[in-house]
Design a protein around this ligand. Sequence first.
Ligand SMILES: *Cc1c(COP(=O)(O)O)cnc(C)c1O
Length: 811
Amino acid sequence: MATSLDASLTPAAPTNPLAAAIVATLVQRIGKDEKAARPHDWLAATILTVRNDIIQRWMESTRDAHAKGAKRVYYLSLEFLIGRLLRDALANLGQTGEIAEALKTLGVDLAEIEEIEPDAALGNGGLGRLAACFMESLASLDLPAYGYGIRYVNGMFRQRIDDGYQVELPENWLQHGNPWEFERRESAYFVGFGGEVVGTETGHVHWKAGEAVEAIAVDTPMVGWRGKRVNTLRLWTARAIDPLRLDRFNDGDFEGALAGQLRAETLTRVLYPNDSTAAGQELRLRQEYFFSSASIQDIVRRHVQYTGDIRLLPDKAAIQLNDTHPAVAVAELMRLLIDFHDLGFDEAWDVTRRTFGYTNHTLLPEALESWPLPLFERLLPRHMQLVYAINAKLLREARSLGSDDNAIKAISLIDEAGERRVRMANLAFAGSHSVNGVAALHTDLMKQTVFADLHRLYPDRINNKTNGITPRRWLFEANPGLTGLIRDAIGPDFCNDVDRLSGLETLADDSAFQSKFQAVKRSNKVVLSQWLKAQMGLRIDPDALFDVQIKRIHEYKRQLLNIIETVALYDQIRSHPERDWTPRVKLFGGKAASSYHNAKMIIKLANDVARRINADPAIGGLLKVAFVPNYNVSVAEKMIPAADLSEQISTAGMEASGTGNMKFALNGALTIGTLDGANVEIRDHVGAENIVIFGLTADQVAEKRAQGYNPRDYIERSPELGQALSAIASGVFSPDDPDRYKGLIGGLYDGDWFMLCADFDAYAAAQREVDRRWNDRKAWNQSTIRNVARVGWFSSDRTIREYAKDIWGVL
Ligand SMILES: *Cc1c(COP(=O)(O)O)cnc(C)c1O
C-alpha cells in the first residue's frame, strides 16, 4: 500500500500523451524517473520515443521495396559525415512542435537537449558530408537505398586550440551509447585476410584465408522529408570470431585470451584523419576490404534470397562507389560470382560492370589511391589473381582498339613505374559502367588528365553529376528565420521543391522584403556572436561584415591567401586610419590532418594574426579575426546562416566541386571565389553580377605551371603582398618565436605550387569590390536574395535524380 510519503515521491503522470510516452521510455529503457533524469537521459528517452514512430515507417519502406521487386541503390562510402540526427529526424517527420511541447510540460527544453547530441562525425569533410546529404535525398525521393560504411568507435578527432596550435583529441561519440542504432547480430559475415589460394577437386579455386573477422551490421534509420520513406544506413563493426580464447584463459594467459578481439576491434576503431592522401597503411587497406566485403556479401545474399538468380543482379542492384576507397569491391564481387556462384570470368565481368558506378572526387596525384603490390597480394591473394585477370582482359581490349604503349602503361591496373602498385582508380573505372565527376569543370579535367587514356578507350563512360546539398538540413533546420521569411513571402511550396525558391526573384527589388531579409541575417549574426562569446570569449559586432572561411585546412584551399590578405588589410588600416574602412569580422575554422605540417602552421598563423589584430587599439575594432575551434557539421549549421561573405578561393583546377559554397549561397551570403569546382556553375546560376570572381582560371594555372611560374615576379610587383609576407616571415605576429613562419612563407618564394602570389592582387582587389558592394546595402541585399532565389538547382535532390536516371536506372 502506498503511503502518502511514497505518493509525494512519485511524480504525477503527465497528461500530454507524448510526454507520457517519453516518461514511460525514460523509466523502462533508461531506468530513471523524471527526478533523477539528467539531460542525456532526456535526450535518449526522446530519441527512443521518436524512433518508435520511425521503426513503423522503416519496416513499411522495406516491405514496400520487396513487394514491388524494386531495384535498390547501394551507396558504398568509407565516410558518412552525418552530424546530429534528432533535429533532422524531427523536422523531416514534422514533429518538432509536438515534441517541443511535450518536453516543455516536463520542464525540458528541446533545443537544449538537441545541443548535447554528439555529432556522428564518421567523415573528414566534403566527401563524407556528400554521402550524408545523398542518404537524406534518397529517402526524400522515395528511392529504396542502403548506405554502407564503417561504424568507427572514434570518428573525426575533436580539435582543441591550445596556444594557437591544433591539438587532436579522440571524439568519443558513443560514450553515452547511441539510441539511434540497431545491432543486427543475424547479419554477420566472415571477412578473411591473408592465407593462400588453393584448387579444389571440383576444379574450383578456393581462398583459404589465414585469418578472419566477423562483420556485424549496425543499422541507423535515415528519415526522408515528410517521413515518406525511411532507408537504412548499415555500418559494419568488427568482432573476433572467437572473442574469448578459453583455452588461453584457463592457462592463465588472460591478455592472450582477448588478443583476437582486440585485433579485430582495431579494424573499426578509428577514421583516418585524412581525406587527401593515401594513408599508405595496412590498416587502411584492411578497413577498405573489410567494409567492402561485408557490404558485397550482404547485397548478394539479399539479391539471391529474393530473386534466386545471380545473373539478374544488375537489374536489381546499383552499387555506387564513393571514391576509390571501396574499389576493391569490384574484385570482391568477381570473387563471389566466380568462386561461389559458378559464373565464368566473362559473364562475371559483365555482371560486375553493369552493377557498379564510380564517383571520382579528386585529381590530386598524391590522393589517387594505390597499394604496394606485395601488400595487396599478401592480404588479398585471391583478389590479386583477379586483378591480374581483369588487367589482362582490359589491356587486350585496349590493344585491339589501338592503344599504344604509353596508353597501355596509363590504363594498366598495375603501376609499373618504380615500386609496383595496384591502382584503385583504374580498377574502379574498369569495373564500372559509369564514372562520374562532381562538377562540370572537374569532369572535363578528369577527361583531360587522370583518365585521358581510359576515356579515349571508353568515351561514353565518363559523365558529370554536379554535387548538391540537402535543403532540409542546410536551410530549413539550420536557418529557421530565413525559412519562415520565405514561407511568408512565397508560400510553403518551396519546401517540397526548392526550385520554387525562384519565386523570390521578384522580391529581390522589393525594399520591404530586403529589409526583412537583412533583419533575419542580422538576427542570425547576433545568435552567432552570442555563441562565439560563450564558446571562446570573443566579442564581435553583428553589424560588421562576417567574412567566413570554414573547411578542411589544406594548402590548395588557400586559407593562407586569406590570412595574408588580412595582414595586408591590417597594414593599410593602420597606415590610413582616416579612410572609410568597412568593419569586418574574419572567421576561420577547419581541421588539419594530424600529419600535415603546413596545414597546422596555417592554423597557428591564423591564431597569431588574430591575437595581434584583436588586441590592437589603433584599428578601433574595424577588423577582428578568429579561428573557431572544432569545425564540424553542427558548427557549420551555426556559422553558415550568419555569414555575409563566403570564401571559396581554391587554386583553380584543384577543388573538385565544393559543397560549402552551395550552403552559403543558399543562406544568403555573397561568394568571393575562383573559377573552380562548382563555383563555375554557381556563377552561371546566380549571374556574374551576383558573385565576386577573381584570379587565374584552371587553364591559366596549367599554362603558368608549364611555362615555369616564378612567384618572385609577383612579389616584386606587389608592395602589399611583399610587405605582408615580410611581416609574417620576420615575426611581427610571432614575437615569441620570430622564425616560426620562415618555412611557410619561404615556400611561397620557392615554388608556390598553389599560386597564392599570382592571385594575390586580384584577390585583394576583389575584397575591396566586396567592401564597395557592402556599402550599398540595398544592392547587396538584392544580390544575396537573388543568390537564394537561384541556387535551388544545387539541391542534392537534383543530383540524386540525375544519378537515379543516368547511372542507376531507378527513375
Ligand atoms: C559542407 C561541409 C564540408 C565541405 O566544405 P567545402 O567548403 O566544400 O570543403 C566540410 N565539412 C563540413 C562539416 C561540412 O558541413
